[in-house]
Design a protein around this ligand. Structure first.
Ligand code: ASP
Length: 440
């Protein structure tokens, strides 16, 4: 029942066209809404009553399959891998890739802001305006950051335990906390692999069947994608303050430019040198992932598409994709890491806070940790970003200055986050294939 490649390609083209059309329609409608109160009301109605539900239907279909898909793919992968040593090897490579690319990304974000210094000489009146307009949102985020802040050592240890293996694993799954779901799937897969037959075979069959059924739901969601992507992008651009974009233009362009460096230089170089894959092929085949990540702003919502494309288009085996991609969507956020470095330095420049090289090195470590802890949902990084700012003496409320353009930049950084996972998966796939070729 899986669609033939040609039909898939035409669907991809339609989704891409919908993204462009949604952006243009949104900008046009945004300008019309500025003309009168009546126009603004009609546009608000169009967004809330038409575009929003269509976009949400798509998003919710994707979210609905994430937990069962990740759990079953991973449990099946571990059962089939059989030995924990094998898993340790894949895990070691994956984590090394994630850590190095994340640290590089924060350093890139810092370097770009240090060279161009967009925050120096930032208009004081504009700063005040932005702080007033978005100060409420920043205070709200601060509350979330404070709730996550656990003062004592015991508190920190318990928080760490909770985020990896909480007492109530089902509650974590219900909240879509992916790290505990991943840990549980590893445990269940490991336990299944040592069961005698017929139990082992039956359970593997069950994991495989559930994962397959979830992929069918993703395929259904993808049929809706051209309309949903149009609506999601339209909702963002129609509401967007173009005027705000103008005032933060240099910052926005620097961040978007750095994303492009990651997407078109860093990943292609890694894919070419480490995975021996043509960068053009890599980019062409991953277009559905890029479009889904861009329009949903969520690594989690994109995960089912990421897994499907990695397996069906890039030839990544299920045992690798089922392990690397869910882990990546949860802890590998290169775009977010870059963004955090860039925002910390930009806001520091605006407030005249000097960050020494040692503080910038601290930002790299903190931002990598924060990116690991970031939930793969829209705006997931913001509370932790405030915590990083506070740690290095940059006023966290200064985040208000960039909040108005955050959604747009979130769309871009989610693409980078997810593409980093895919680059890692094709590399691990290549190393596994090479190993098999050496010792069949
Ligand atoms: N939206 C991002 C993601 O899901 C997380 C973030 O940076 O806010 O990957």
């Amino acid at each position: 029942m899986t669609e033939p490649p040609k039909a898939r390609r035409s669907l991809h083209a339609r989704i891409l066209a919908a993204l462009g059309a949604g952006a243009v329609a949104g900008v046009v409608v945004n300008q019309i809404a500025l003309r009168s109160d009546r126009a603004r009301t009609i546009v608000g109605y169009l967004i809330d009553a038409v575009a929003h539900p269509i976009g949400q239907l798509f998003l919710r279909l994707l979210f609905a399959v994430v937990v069962p898909l990740v759990f079953c793919s991973l449990a099946l992968g571990v059962t089939q891998l059989g030995s924990m040593r094998h898993l340790g090897r894949i895990g070691g490579r994956t984590l090394t890739f994630f850590l190095i690319t994340s640290a590089f990304s924060v350093a890139l974000g810092l370097a770009v802001m240090a060279v161009f210094r967009p925050g120096e000489g930032f208009d004081d009146a504009v700063r005040q305006q932005l702080m007033t307009a978005y100060g409420g949102d920043a205070a709200h985020l601060r509350q979330t950051a404070d709730q996550q802040n656990v003062g004592t050592l015991l508190g920190v240890v318990n928080r760490l335990l909770d985020s990896v293996l909480p007492r109530n694993i089902l509650a974590a799954a219900v909240k879509m906390d992916m790290l505990p779901v991943i840990v549980m799937a590893l445990l269940v897969g490991g336990a299944t692999s040592v069961l005698p037959e017929p139990h082992k075979g039956r359970l593997s069959g069950l994991y495989e069947a559930v994962a397959e059924a979830m992929v069918r739901i993703v395929e259904l969601a993808m049929r809706l994608a051209p309309y949903a992507v149009f609506c999601l992008v339209f909702s963002v651009t129609a509401r967007f303050g173009i005027d705000l974009l103008r005032r933060l233009a240099i910052f926005v362009m620097l961040v978007l430019g750095s994303y492009l460096v990651q997407l078109f230089i860093l990943y292609p170089v890694l894919v070419r040198t480490m995975a021996r894959m043509s960068p053009m092929e890599f980019i062409r085949k991953t277009i559905p992932i890029v479009v889904t990540a861009f329009s949903t702003s969520s690594s989690n919502a994109t995960l089912p598409t990421t897994m499907r494309v990695a397996e069906q288009e890039l030839g990544v085996r299920k045992t690798v994709s089922g392990f690397v991609l869910p882990l990546g969507a949860t802890i590998n956020m290169n775009g977010t890491a870059l963004y955090e470095g860039a925002v910390v330095l930009f806001v520091a420049q605006i407030f005249g806070v000097h960050l020494s090289l040692a503080s910038q090195a601290a930002v790299i470590c903190l931002a990598v940790a924060a990116a690991i802890g970031t939930a793969g949902i829209p705006g997931g990084s913001l509370p932790l970003l405030m915590a990083v700012m506070a740690q290095v003496g940059v006023p966290p409320d200064g985040i208000a200055i960039i909040l108005g353009v955050d959604r747009l930049l979130d769309m871009g950084r989610t693409v980078i986050n997810v593409m980093g996972d895919v680059a890692c998966a094709v590399w691990v796939e290549r190393t596994e294939a090479a190993r098999e070729a050496r010792s069949p």
